[in-house]
Design a protein around this ligand. Structure first.
Ligand code: HEM
Length: 348
């Protein structure tokens, strides 16, 4: 006789098609290296939930934005904790996406037939960086304000193409409010679209074999999801602990006409370029970086995935990584400098 539990499962399966989630995935998909994409996704879920909660306390008008964030951080409050969770899960997501991309690169998993999915991945990275950047601006302290001034300066460099960042685009709606809308609706919407495409292509091609091996053991996808649940618990534990122990900083309301902060860690290599070449350097370094990432499948075209046969690709990637790390460290140790003197104006 069928038990009540299995009866319920069967009834749910008939309606939701849950048994379709048992398609085979290679056993190595459960290793940390091959779970980094899944870990990024878990981080996005935490980001989304904490972001929705945070939006209940945040005021996106320039007159109130900084005060609303500082009010969250006074005393022991729910919103202080929620902000900590949002901030730290953003850091974890960024790190896991970057590591996921390196894993895909070094195992040659972007090669035929997965070239298009690599390009979708680059789009996901760019969207995530956009979310990180707009998030930095929202707290509307000196760091956030200067970040926005750089954004406006780049908009000016682009002429008509950068018009969205100009105050003149919508004189009655502040740029802060428009960036807030980008942060909570435009960019998450784009991210969802790209994630849908990314996962559809992963399902279509399957997870790649480890270089030099053939996949022998498969697991049902549902057991991979259970395994990801363990990573989710670790991620949550780390993020919750960091949110309590190291709550994110927020400075006082910004002062116009000075440039004294440095950007968050992700943008430090760009800061070094800006020190040398000005805002133009910032713009072109970003374009060159994303263009190079996009054309990786066209540059490294051979079907070889073994590291021993991809010497040139490995050396090029390591040189690029070392150069970015060196630029970041250089920017970290050099004092702040003024770059966007020309664009200071009421951004409100
Ligand atoms: C929003 C961030 C991202 C999420 C949530 C995500 C998610 C995933 C997941 C769950 C997988 C399955 C295997 C694994 O976890 O390693 C995967 C595979 C893949 N991802 Fe991502 N990804 C993201 C960003 C990227 C980026 C930035 C790139 C490259 C520029 C990329 C390129 C790929 C490729 C080519 C595969 C197939 C790899 C294989 O079959 O071994 N992804 N992604």
């Amino acid at each position: 006789m069928m038990s009540a539990g299995s009866g319920t499962l069967k009834a749910l399966d008939e309606r939701l098609g849950l048994s379709e989630l048992t398609y085979p995935v290679p056993q190595h998909a459960n290793t940390v290296a091959y779970s980094l994409g899944g870990i990024s996704l878990i981080g996005f879920v935490v980001l989304f939930i904490s972001g929705v909660l945070l939006a209940q306390y945040y005021h996106p008008m320039p007159e109130f934005a900084n005060d609303s964030v500082r009010a969250m951080m006074q005393g022991i409050r729910t919103e202080r904790f929620v902000r900590g969770v949002h901030y730290w899960s953003a850091q974890v997501v960024l790190l896991s996406i970057l590591l996921h991309m390196l894993r895909v690169f070094f195992t040659g998993s972007f090669k035929k037939p997965r070239e298009a999915n690599w390009i979708v991945g680059v789009g996901l990275l760019a969207t995530t960086v956009g979310l990180f950047f707009t998030g930095t601006v929202l707290k509307w302290d000196q760091e956030g304000f200067e970040a926005l001034e750089h954004n406006v300066a780049i908009g000016e460099l682009l002429g008509g193409l950068g018009h969205w960042f100009a105050h003149a685009f919508a004189e009655n709606v502040s740029i802060l409010l428009r960036l807030y809308i980008a942060h909570v609706s435009i960019l998450p919407g784009l991210l969802l679209l790209l994630l849908g495409l990314h996962f559809w292509l992963i399902k279509k091609h399957g997870v790649s074999a480890r270089p030099g091996t053939a996949v022998r053991v498969y697991l049902p996808f549902s057991s991979h999801v259970k395994h990801l649940g363990k990573y989710a618990l670790v991620l949550l534990g780390v993020v919750l602990a960091l949110a309590v122990l190291l709550p994110p900083a927020v400075g006082p309301a910004p002062v116009e006409g000075i440039e004294v902060t440095k950007p968050p860690w992700l943008f430090l290599p760009l800061f070094a370029f800006e020190n040398w070449i000005g805002v133009r350097g910032l713009f072109w370094a970003t374009i060159v970086f994303f263009t190079l990432l996009t054309i990786v499948p066209f540059l490294d075209r051979s079907p070889d995935v073994l590291p021993s046969r991809r010497g040139a690709a490995f050396v090029a990637a390591l040189v690029l990584l070392l150069a970015l790390a060196a630029l970041g460290i250089l920017a970290w140790v050099t004092p702040g400098a003024e770059h966007v003197g020309g664009v200071f104006r009421a951004l409100a």
